[in-house]
Design a protein around this ligand. Structure first.
Ligand code: 5AD
Ligand code: SF4
Length: 442
């Protein structure tokens, strides 16, 4: 066994969590640890948990069961839990009661303190729970060990002030805090120097970024960075999608023709009860304006099915909106109760079988539209950032179009990391097949 200690991180949930894990990995690498993909052989296991995505919590308790067996054979094995679930007291209580062998619990607001917590637990051989209820100041300059060499997540705003009635995030990630533009530009410039081509600006609601400039202002600043080729952002709240932001899609060359704009429901009634602060009609007008500014823009969304009180008519409104807008693709969620959110108390919860029946109808419709839209691209030449070898076919490369569609095509692995022209040969429901044309010269 090597003397160098190693860590293994399992990450659940959204891009925010993925990026938090990159920072945890960066800090542990600075401490001299190596990244160990074999979780059974690592010295330190970290589970970065999610409170939102389907079943993430069930899988979490399954993983704790597996880790217990490793811990029984090796008492030096250190188990650490973090992420959104750990910001909920009832979860901490359950872990303490049922999994008392867990070594460290920390939260979303004190990730930067993890090296200190780990060192103290290892030297004093004691357990530690340190979860902050509120966020402190934004900590700049934390190292990140990123998964990709040519694309990177960059946080611009933390937390959420919106309190959609189904959502736990405002409780687990706290109020909105924006980074200063100079700090963001410094980070992006360094990434570009290291070879990064594409950045994704991250926040629960990037549209309410409010540092020393506003969000469109930040995009203009980033658009002028030499060597950076692509800018994306997620997630946007429709209520804050301003005309000046829509204008950036017409004016900023590096901003990809792509937006993820969660609608959640096509029924104005349901949107009201979700506290989303827009109507079905407002949302459709936003999409018209986006398409006027950038005709080829690819639009994806999130939709929740079976929110309390959702009637057949409400659900028909969602289907109608989906048909009218024709999303490129969508993440669909069955509504499920999050403890502590206002919708937990809503009386008219929808029976599971009704939710599932609606969910299947919605997914069928969305898939039909995705296939149609992807077929429309056949014969077009698209720009692709080549991300690697396809998982399904070793002879094939895989990458993403500006519109965030996965495309597989034959090509030399030397193309990985560059932006190339690819002709779309076949549009399928979930991805595209293409033919390599040429390397894109900036
Ligand atoms: N039930 C179902 N889906 C939810 N989401 C958030 N909270 C819930 C919930 N309680 C979905 C929303 C959000 C996405 C990240 O997760 O659609 O946009
Ligand atoms: Fe949750 Fe709504 Fe905030 Fe998104 S905008 S994180 S759905 S409360």
């Amino acid at each position: 066994m090597s003397l160098q200690k190693s860590f293994n991180i399992q990450t659940f949930g959204c891009a925010m969590n993925e990026h938090d894990s990159e920072i945890i990995a960066g800090m542990l690498t600075s401490l001299g640890y190596t990244d160990n993909k074999e979780k059974n052989n690592a010295d330190v296991a970290i589970i970065n948990t999610c409170s939102v995505r389907d079943n993430a919590d069930k899988r979490f308790y399954g993983i704790l069961g597996e880790l217990k067996k490793i811990k029984e054979n090796n008492s030096d094995f250190t188990v650490c839990l973090c992420g959104c679930m750990m910001q909920q007291q009832h979860i901490i209580d359950t872990v303490k009661q049922k999994y008392p062998w867990v070594d460290i619990i920390f939260g979303t607001h004190n990730i930067h303190e993890f090296p200190k917590l780990l060192t103290s637990v290892l030297s004093e051989k004691q357990k530690l729970v340190d979860v902050w209820e509120e966020a402190g100041e934004i900590i700049e300059g934390l190292p990140a060990k990123r998964d990709s060499h040519f694309k990177a997540f960059v946080n611009i705003i933390y937390g959420c002030n919106n309190f959609c009635t189904y959502c736990i995030v405002p409780f687990t990630r706290g109020r909105e805090r924006s980074r200063m533009s100079a700090d963001i530009l410094k980070e992006v410039n360094e990434l570009v120097k290291d070879g990064v081509k594409e950045i994704t600006l991250l926040g629960q609601n990037v549209n309410s970024y409010n540092g020393d400039v506003d969000f469109p202002g930040l995009i203009y600043l980033l658009d002028s960075i030499e060597g950076l080729e692509r800018i994306r952002f997620m997630t946007s709240h429709p209520k804050d999608l301003s005309d000046s932001l829509i204008q950036t899609f017409a004016e900023c060359e590096k901003l990809c023709s792509y937006i993820h704009l969660p609608v959640q429901s096509g029924s104005t009634n349901v949107l009201n009860r979700m506290n989303r602060k827009y109507t079905k009609e407002n949302y459709m007008k936003l999409v018209d304006r986006l398409r006027a500014a950038n005709p080829g823009i690819s639009i994806t969304t999130d939709i929740i099915v079976g929110f309390p009180g959702e009637t057949d008519k409400d659900f028909e409104d969602t289907l109608d909106l989906v048909k009218k807008i024709e999303f490129d693709s969508a993440f669909t969620f069955l509504y499920s109760i999050r403890k502590g959110t206002p919708a937990e108390m809503y009386k008219d919860q929808i029976p599971e079988e009704v939710k599932h029946e609606r969910f299947n109808r919605l997914v069928d419709l969305l898939n039909e539209i995705s296939l149609k839209k992807n077929k429309e691209l056949e014969g077009c030449v698209v720009k692709v950032l080549v991300e690697g070898i396809s998982k399904k076919n070793e002879d094939s490369l895989t990458g993403r179009t500006e519109g965030f569609k996965i495309i597989n095509f034959n090509g030399n692995s030397e193309l990985i990391g560059s932006i190339v022209d690819v002709e779309v040969i076949k549009g399928k429901t979930f991805n595209l097949d293409g033919k390599y044309i040429q390397k894109f010269i900036v």
